[in-house]
Design a protein. Structure first.
Lengths: 331, 366
């Protein structure tokens, strides 16, 4: 555990520390001034060089892209392929050379991005007739080896995003579905994110995890609940065409809530995940109670007062439960 | 843009050692007492943001139902006297919320106080606006009620949103009356207040009153970004019918002067004479940037916010400034009346200039 004295000197900490140390007011004020001073000259220089480097690279790259965009129509197919493949190869080489530091990983990310335009140009040049979902699926498949070797969180999230887009396009274009069945898409997307989240949790239990950032599984789980809420709310409010898709989504949401509570209370304590699951329960209860008051019982003003009380009470109960649920609150 | 290490503050130990006994270090007794006090502070840390978000969202949803029910009741009970009843009730809500907030500290009750105060403010503004049929009267009531809440309602969220309400009300009045140079005047006021609160006000005062200064500071930054975004949208979409919402030369010069003043203050704090080559190069760069991007003054303004954010080690301000800088930068290049080929040349030239500057700074640093 970090020594409290080694924590960053925020104004609040300095106030507490100078009081505890019994410093007289002039000394305490000096401590505040030292803590709030402008960063050192070295830090400013570092900041300036970083800003200039990033800005310069971005502007130069944008200029190059604009140049080729201007001349795109006049370029032959081999020139087009050479340009994009050259970019992919250069980025991949930098990635291979500096794989263990951030430069290499960012280069690999850029290579993975460039694969998309390459597939687009390929489809355009040879008129493959492939559906758009196929482009995204092939894109996700082709970059998968880089995603695995890089161990870079943004690259994993790109992979998930490509799978999402491929799934959405497939679902909307390929099977001949009626309007109610389209809602299955939300459950499928939630399932995809749940699998990605579970894989993440699995690898994080390894002796040396490949990826350690917590924001990614949290984002995946939060979006999975967001997807499931669409058919579940539609089921409760009876909006959108009736059918088994929304019933499925409704029950899938409760299953996801139950699984999340078990996993994130017993296997790996994570208050964020429990808050997301708890928040979904609150949304469902509010929607259900609202429908009961305003749609079934046809209450107006008294309905508003009852809803206000209900929401306030459910939040109090939920927060009390969440705070009791984990021994140590995970930031 | 800047990573965590760049923004790292000195540790509590470093600060205390530096000021105590000429940097000889702390005695064991003082160290133990300080460590214990800091550990107590850490134990009493507020709950995680997502839990506070859940509580806040719940309180606001509950309050919206409460507000609609109360408004329904007022409508039923007051008949002709609707506005006066809403005004009195709004004032009572504001007073009650101030009293409640000054006595409670639990997340739920603080959110409840926040909701009651906001409900009161909405009732007051709505009642005044509706009774007088005047945007100015409504705007004044918004500014007065927000000022009351900023001073007496000890809550960061309320102070932040009340600051936004003040400038939102001013913007509505300017827009409704089509006041010439009104946006310029507002931009100037926001700019001066932003720089004063974030950088030029006595540091002892701002640190002592951080609970008041920080949320107002962020409110001002958002208001400034709102003004800049309005100008950029009006300019890009060629909205001639609302052309008076554009910023004029006065604001453009003001942003450049403000950035020059900020740079000068930073140099002075580091003991660098303003006639030295580093300072002169920085000033020349600022003036050049301002002159080139004068059609999009938001670029200089967001550079100002970025520098301010780094100077104050404010991550949120840096993130906001970076995002808006990229957006306004893209708008600037998009809006240039040039062919794509000419734009590509300018982009490459700008990039090469930045990289050359990077190489110079790096060499001097080495």
């Amino acid at each position: 555990m970090t020594d409290p004295l080694d924590q960053a000197a925020t104004p609040k900490r300095i106030r507490v520390a100078t009081e505890a140390a019994g410093f007289p007011p002039p000394l305490a004020r000096r401590a505040m001034a030292v803590a709030a001073a402008s960063p050192a000259v070295e830090a400013w220089t570092q900041f300036l060089t970083l800003a200039l480097l990033l800005l310069g690279a971005a502007l130069l790259l944008s200029g190059v892209i604009s140049f080729f965009a201007f001349n795109w129509a006049t370029l032959g197919r081999f020139a087009k392929f050479a340009l994009i493949e050259g970019g992919v190869a250069a980025c991949a080489l930098i990635g291979w050379w500096r794989l263990r530091d951030v430069t290499g990983r960012v280069a690999l990310f850029a290579a993975a991005i460039l694969v998309g335009p390459l597939l687009g140009v390929f489809g355009q040049t040879y008129q493959t007739g492939a559906d758009p979902w196929g482009l995204f699926a092939a894109w996700a498949l082709l970059i998968a080896p880089w995603v695995i070797v890089a161990g870079f969180t943004p690259l994993w999230m790109l992979e998930v995003a490509l799978c999402d887009v491929a799934l959405v396009l497939f679902w909307l274009q390929v099977p001949d579905l009626d309007s109610s069945e389209v809602l299955y898409l939300f459950s499928l997307l939630a399932g995809l994110h749940a699998i990605a989240g579970a894989a993440w949790e699995w690898q994080s239990h390894r002796a040396t995890p490949w990826l350690s950032a917590r924001w990614a599984p949290r984002f995946l789980v939060a979006t999975a609940f967001g997807f499931l809420l669409v058919p579940a709310i539609s089921f409760v409010l009876d909006v959108v065409a009736a059918g088994p898709a929304r019933t499925f989504g409704f029950f899938a949401l409760w299953l996801a809530v139950a699984v999340s509570i078990v996993v994130y209370r017993r296997v790996r304590e994570d208050l964020f995940m429990l808050t997301v699951a708890g928040g979904s329960v609150l949304i469902m209860l509010t929607v259900g109670f609202g429908r009961l008051l305003f749609d079934v019982l046809k209450l107006d003003i008294s309905g508003g007062l009852l809803m206000a009380m209900f929401v306030l009470v459910e939040v109090v109960v939920a927060v009390a439960w969440l705070r009791r649920s984990v021994r140590a609150e995970v930031e | 843009m800047a990573d965590g290490a760049l923004l790292a503050r000195p540790s509590v130990r470093d600060v205390l050692t530096q000021i105590s006994r000429g940097g000889e270090g702390l005695s064991t007794t003082v160290e133990d007492a300080t460590r214990a006090a800091l550990a107590r502070l850490a134990a009493a840390a507020p709950m995680p943001w997502y839990l506070r978000f859940l509580i806040g969202a719940g309180a606001w949803v509950g309050a919206s139902f409460l507000l609609s029910a109360i408004l329904g009741l007022i409508l039923l009970a007051s008949g002709e006297r609707l506005n006066s009843v809403a005004f009195v009730l709004g004032c009572l809500f504001i007073m009650a919320s101030v009293l409640l907030r000054r006595r409670v500290n639990t997340p739920f009750l603080t959110q409840l106080a926040l909701v009651v105060s906001s409900t009161g403010q909405i009732l007051v503004i709505g009642a005044v606006g509706s009774a007088t049929h005047s945007v100015i009267a409504g705007g004044i009531s918004a500014i007065v009620s927000s000022s009351v809440l900023i001073v007496w309602f000890p809550d960061r969220v309320q102070r932040f949103s009340a600051t936004l309400v003040v400038f939102g009300a001013l913007a509505v009045v300017i827009a409704d009356h089509r006041i010439a140079h009104g946006m310029d005047a507002m931009a100037l006021v926001v700019l001066v207040l932003t720089l004063s609160l974030w950088r030029f006000a006595p540091r002892g005062f701002t640190l002592e009153h951080a609970d008041l200064v920080e949320p107002i500071g962020y409110g001002l930054v958002i208001a400034l970004l709102g003004v800049l975004a309005t100008h950029t949208i009006v300019m890009m979409a060629n909205l001639h019918e609302v052309g008076w919402l554009r910023l004029g030369p006065m604001s453009i010069v003001a942003f450049i002067v403000a950035l020059l003043a900020l740079a000068a203050a930073i140099f002075v704090e580091h003991g660098v004479q303003l006639v030295r080559v580093e300072a002169m190069a920085a000033f020349a760069g600022i003036v050049l940037l301002g002159a080139i991007t004068r059609s999009t003054p938001a670029i200089v303004a967001t550079v100002l916010l970025l520098v301010l954010g780094f100077d104050r080690r404010a991550r949120t301000l840096i993130a906001l400034a970076t995002v808006f800088f990229l957006g306004f930068g893209a708008a600037f290049y998009y809006d240039l009346q040039l062919t794509l080929l000419q734009k590509s040349g300018i982009l490459m030239l700008s990039g090469a200039l930045c990289l050359a500057a990077w190489a110079v700074v790096r060499t001097r640093r080495g």
